[in-house]
Each structure stands twice: as structure tokens, then as C-alpha cells.
Design a protein around this ligand. Structure first.
Ligand SMILES: [Fe+2]
Ligand SMILES: [Fe+2]
Length: 485
């Protein structure tokens, strides 16, 4: 199994890890200064405070590295050639700053140590100026910077100064970017369906294809992201999580790339019929409802088919309609919709049903009030194996995720604290994933990968998981985990 570009025992270079954190902070401070610069005059105390924070951030990079270069290559941002990654807290700031730089064709800002506060305020004001309609926004920007006398801020046009490469040891577009883009695309698609407009199928298929490409290459970062339950609209967040889990499962059971892509699209849209439901019913489980609410909720399966058939029906859309219709028909034929003719779920639907169950079980307030985790989820799935869920698919799924979900925070019997970064490589040992140790037994920070399948000289396992931390702690660890991955 691919363990990524670091092997167990290796450490992230300290400067690189520090730069990634500084990079995220710089993006956030830039975004705040730009936004406040649009609301207040440059003399207002709110804007002055934001410019001061931005200056402080730049100065800390200068003292750490002796240089500070903030650059863009395509859709990526870099701080001193280290790629800045996003997590779900910083993603909106990241997109905002990226769009500002793109609109002006700006590739790099290099800051001298003699930089003044006035120059930072001038730079922010300059970047906030309306983009000219002329074809060459870069030359306008360059000329305006010269007029303002920004001597200690060196600006370069995109693609002209930097020897950066988006592949710089980072493995292409980050999984977080793919995840957030998929949610945004699904939100737009659901809005289109709700409003009776045509869906941008090409965009949606492109988003699914990138998920498939990552899944076929290992995909553990995407698995970690399915722990995110509250980004974007609940319906789109759930759809993308189910799509990732289904695609990973499709790859696990050996489907071809084309079939996995169709499966991903169908999984993304399995709950499309819920766009017609009142907001309060969308994130419920049917078991929690009764009477009219229950009947209204159940209707999302037939409504889903109707809505998809109003679109341009291609092979992929037809497959998605079948999954939308049958994903609550259980493996043993019970469930809904209640049909006059006996109907079995196809493989796509059986896979989506398992992924759907898992995402609901691991989110708070859906299957149970508290999110299930660790052995609880696996036990809940095994309890339903052969009745509600296909036993073969459940077995493949448990082998895929293990007992401890990627992104979980755990304490080891050595006293170390770690996050799970990959499911177990050996399905016989579902409690032995690969982990990243983030705290030493004495509480000091650590940063190394270890595989819990590793044995000592006596043939015993070197480390075992002692306890799983609560879900809220997991959420916090996920942000940190994604920032350094
Ligand atoms: Fe559903
Ligand atoms: Fe669902």
C-alpha cells in the first residue's frame, strides 16, 4: 500500500512544517486585510490593525528564513517555495486571496526586511483597486506600484520569476482542494435540480474523476476528509462523503475506472430527491420520524428519480436514478420504496447503501444522537450485515476503513498521541493502522510516521492503540493533521 512520500520513521523537515503554518497564517492575514481594506479607509483603526497583523506575520517569516516570498503558481500558493495547504477553516481565505492575485496576473510578492507598515498598507490598497477592464491588468498593477513607491515589495508577473512547480514534492492538487471543490460543485448541481435548471454535468463528472484518480492512488487523505461533517450545505457534504467512500469501496472490490466513475456520480446524487424536503427533514434518518414526516421523508427516493429524469438522461444519469430510487431498499428486500414487483439492489446501490450508513452513523444527530466511532460503527454495520446491508460489501468496507477511521486521534500504549493516517495494510489486524505520532509521552510535539504492524526483536508489536479520543477531539486533530500531511 502506498504510504505517501514519507515512510514510517521519517520526519517532516521542521522548517517546512513551520513554513506551512506560517503560510496558512499569512493567507488568513492577507484575506482579512484585503477585506477590511474594502470596508474602511486606510486610516481607520480596523484596517490599521489588520495591516499590523499582516506585517507581523511577514516579519516572523523574515526572521525565521531571512526571506519572504509569497507566490502563486496556477491554483497553488507558496511561501518560500513551500506549498501552502488549506484546511476547511482557511479554505475561503485561500480562495479569496488566490482570486485577487489571479485577477491581476500577479505571480510573486517578495518582501525586504526594511519593509514599512505604509508599504504594506499601500500594497493592500493597490490590490483592492478595481481590476481594469483592459487586457493587461499586470502592467496597470506594475505601474501603480511604481507610483506608490513600493520599493521593498517586489512584484512579479505570474510565470515570470518563479522556478516553483506545482508538483514540488507535494503530489499535485491537494485532497482538501478536491474535496471542497466537489462540495461546491454538488451544491450548484442541487440548486439547479431544485430550480428545474440543467445541471453542469461536465463539471460534476470532472469533480468525480479527480476523486476516482486519488482513490486509485491510495486515497487515505480523502478518507480523512469524510470525517468533515459540517462543511457546505449538509446535503452536499453528505453526498461528497458518500461518493468518496463509495469510490474507495468500488476500487477495493476491483471495479474498472469507468464503472467507479459512474458509481461516484450515482453516490454523489443518491439523496438528490431531498432537495424537495423541508430543511429540518433533510439530515434526519427515517427511524427518527413518524406519521406524515416519515412518508414525506420516504418520498425522497421517488422524487430523486423524477428530478434526474428531467435532466438530459445519459447512461451515467440513468445509473444514478436507479441508485437514488433503491438506496433504502435493504439487502433482504425490506425497506422502501415498497414495490409490487420484487426488486433486488444492484451492486452500485449495495455499495452506496453501506457508504450511506457509515456516513450517517459517524455524524452526530443522524443515526444516533452522538456520532458512533471505532468499534461501535463496525459493530453497528456487522449487526446489519446480511439483512439491511450486503455482507460482502460490509466485509470489504471494514477492511477498507479498519477499526479506527483515518483522521482519528488515539493514545498508544507507549504514552504517545497519534492521528491515524492510513487504514491497516493487513486486514487480519484491523486495529493496527499506520499513524502519525504528534505528541511524545511527555507531551512535547512529535512528527513521525509509524506503522502499528511493526514488531520488535522479540516478535511482539511495538505499539498498540490504548484509547480513541472523543469525536470533538478528533475534529481538532483533523485540522492539524491536514495542515501537516
Ligand atoms: Fe436517502
Ligand atoms: Fe444518504
Amino acid at each position: 500500500m502506498d504510504r505517501g512520500h514519507e515512510r514510517p520513521g521519517q520526519s517532516v523537515q521542521p522548517n517546512r512544517a513551520a513554513l506551512r503554518k506560517h503560510g496558512q497564517a499569512l493567507v488568513c492575514h492577507f484575506a482579512v486585510a484585503l477585506r477590511l481594506g474594502r470596508l474602511y479607509s486606510h486610516k481607520h483603526q480596523n484596517f490599521a490593525a489588520a495591516a499590523a497583523s499582516l506585517e507581523e506575520c511577514i516579519r516572523s517569516v523574515l526572521s525565521l528564513e531571512g526571506a519572504c516570498s509569497f507566490a502563486r503558481v496556477g491554483e497553488c500558493l507558496f511561501l518560500n517555495k513551500t506549498r501552502i495547504k488549506t484546511d476547511f477553516r482557511s479554505h475561503q481565505s485561500f480562495r479569496f486571496v488566490l482570486e485577487v492575485l489571479k485577477a491581476r496576473d500577479l505571480g510573486e510578492m517578495r518582501f525586504d526586511s526594511e519593509l514599512t507598515r505604509e508599504e504594506i498598507e499601500g500594497l493592500v490598497t493597490l490590490l483592492n483597486r478595481q481590476v481594469p477592464s483592459r487586457e493587461d491588468p499586470w502592467h496597470e498593477l506594475e505601474a501603480a506600484a511604481a507610483v506608490l513607491g513600493l520599493d521593498r515589495v517586489h512584484l512579479s508577473r505570474h510565470g515570470e520569476s518563479s522556478d516553483l512547480n506545482v508538483q514540488d514534492g507535494e503530489g499535485g492538487v491537494p485532497a482538501t482542494e478536491i474535496y471542497f471543490k466537489a462540495i461546491t460543485a454538488l451544491e450548484a448541481a442541487l440548486e439547479a435540480v431544485k430550480g428545474g435548471r440543467g445541471v453542469d454535468w461536465n463539471l460534476l463528472k470532472r469533480r468525480v474523476q479527480t476523486i476516482v484518480d486519488i482513490a486509485l492512488g491510495g486515497g487515505s487523505q480523502l478518507l480523512a476528509l469524510t470525517n468533515v461533517k459540517d462543511w457546505g450545505s449538509p446535503l452536499a457534504n453528505h453526498g461528497v462523503n458518500v461518493a468518496i467512500l463509495s469510490v474507495m469501496l468500488g476500487a477495493k472490490v476491483g471495479l474498472t475506472k469507468k464503472l467507479i466513475a459512474d458509481l461516484g456520480l450515482a453516490a454523489l446524487l443518491h439523496d438528490v430527491g431531498k432537495v424537495s424536503l423541508p430543511e429540518e427533514l433533510r439530515s434526519c434518518c427515517r427511524e427518527a420520524l413518524s406519521g406524515a414526516d416519515s412518508r414525506c421523508y420516504e418520498a425522497h427516493v421517488s422524487s430523486g428519480v423524477e428530478k434526474l429524469l428531467q435532466q438530459k438522461v445519459t447512461d451515467g444519469v440513468a445509473k444514478a436514478a436507479i441508485v437514488a430510487f433503491l438506496h433504502h431498499l435493504r439487502f433482504d428486500g425490506t425497506g422502501y420504496p415498497r414495490l409490487r414487483v420484487s426488486q433486488r439492489q444492484n451492486l452500485y446501490t449495495r455499495i452506496v447503501a453501506v457508504a450511506d450508513f457509515y456516513d450517517n452513523a459517524t455524524a452526530p444527530g443522524r443515526l444516533a444522537r452522538a456520532a458512533l466511532q471505532g468499534e461501535e460503527v463496525v459493530r453497528a454495520m456487522l449487526d446489519r450485515s446480511g439483512t439491511e446491508l450486503d455482507p460482502v460489501v460490509v466485509k470489504a468496507f471494514v477492511n477498507l476503513v479498519g477499526l479506527y477511521a483515518v483522521g482519528c486521534l488515539v493514545r498508544l500504549d507507549t504514552g504517545e498521541v497519534a492521528t491515524v493516517v492510513e487504514p491497516p495494510a493487513n486486514p487480519r489486524f484491523l486495529d493496527r493502522p499506520a499513524v502519525k505520532v504528534i505528541l511524545e509521552p511527555d507531551g512535547s510535539p512529535a512528527d513521525r510516521l509509524v506503522d502499528l504492524l511493526e514488531k520488535d526483536e522479540a516478535g511482539g508489536f511495538r505499539r498498540s492503540i490504548l484509547k480513541l479520543y472523543e469525536k470533538e477531539a478528533v475534529r481538532l486533530s483533523l485540522n492539524e493533521y491536514l495542515a501537516v500531511l
